[in-house]
Ligand binder design. Sequence first.
Ligand code: PMP
Length: 400
Amino acid sequence: MLDETTTARARGLRDLPPVKSDSLLALIAMAAADSRADKIDVGVGVFRDASGQTPILKVMKQAERILLESQPTKAYLGSAGDKRFAELLRPILLGEHAKDERIAGVQTPGGCGALRLGFELIRTMNPDARVLVGTPTWPNHAPIIRGVGLPMVEYPYYDRDSHQVRFDAMLDALGKARAGDVVLLHGVCHNPTGADLHAQQWAEVTRIVSQRGLLPFVDIAYQGFGRGLDEDAAGLRGLLSACDEVIAAQSCDKNFSVYRDRVGSLFVKTGSADATATAMAHVFQRAREMWSMPPDHGAAAVRIILDDPRLTADWQVELDAMRDRINSVRARIAAADPRLAYIGQQFGMFSMLPLSTEQVVALRERHAIYMADSGRFNVVGMADEAIDRFTGAVVEALDG
Ligand code: PMP
């Protein structure tokens, strides 16, 4: 006779609950399905040039050709991925700290992989470590942190009405943090607000973080898109000067325009080269459990560029051009209406418009302009020829 436990229907894959779709992915699908020829999709998170394309950099094409011709094997590389890639990133990311033996880096599958790996390392260190996250932040931060199983605490970051960083409230929250708490900071080009800390604010955050024994975790996905490579890493480098322990998740997906190739790295600093070696042994173990080793192609192409001064110089010219476009589109939008002036003071691809969800929906329905319900939009999501139509529709919505 069968007992109850065997007659009860076992749970199957059919029992999985429906998933609430990611609102940004839903927006991309909605924009793609819109057949209006003049639609504007500023919800998307990739750089677009004046003609509205996301180009492959010329220097990247060249590096890929070299890679195709010269790659001797596709044998496994190991959990660290391309070691020379991580080594060549050091001067770019770490600047004056590049030679510090207490800092080690490893290739990861994009910035997302670096974030996941960094939080896995933190969980290995202390499963109860709290992660302090500014609000608002990039929508994928919370799922990654929750996915690792770490408790998350929010701190105020941005005021929608004044378009400024809520710096006093942020400092107040950090001042109440407990030793050992992790503080997630955007290195540059804050996503979704475009509101970065200025130098004095970085200095104050750095002072509190080091005084209170907090662990800074810097997410730097847009180096070179703000003011320049060195300027954009200044906040991170200041933390490296002041703190014994720092984690940085870096991405090349934007500044080398290789989004789908998934190119990033995780850098870890501890108080000694020995402790860093131990931390990296844990990092490799965690990487092995998740993806074994990162994909090679994009990082190998970046390595070819950074290993050749001529190609590196060519990359910097193309990077400067991307940054110039971001800042010139910002200036055009800012000039359209005094209520949009703040956009000219912000950095990176994203800013938030002071629109209600209803106004965002109306822009979508009436003007085929797609942006996140929060009013976050990609300043370089549209071609040059679409900017006037975009600002006209936004100003009309603001007047409405
Ligand atoms: N951090 C932030 C703030 C981002 O905006 C992004 C990408 N949108 C990432 C990390 C992840 O970048 P990647 O595509 O390299 O995983």
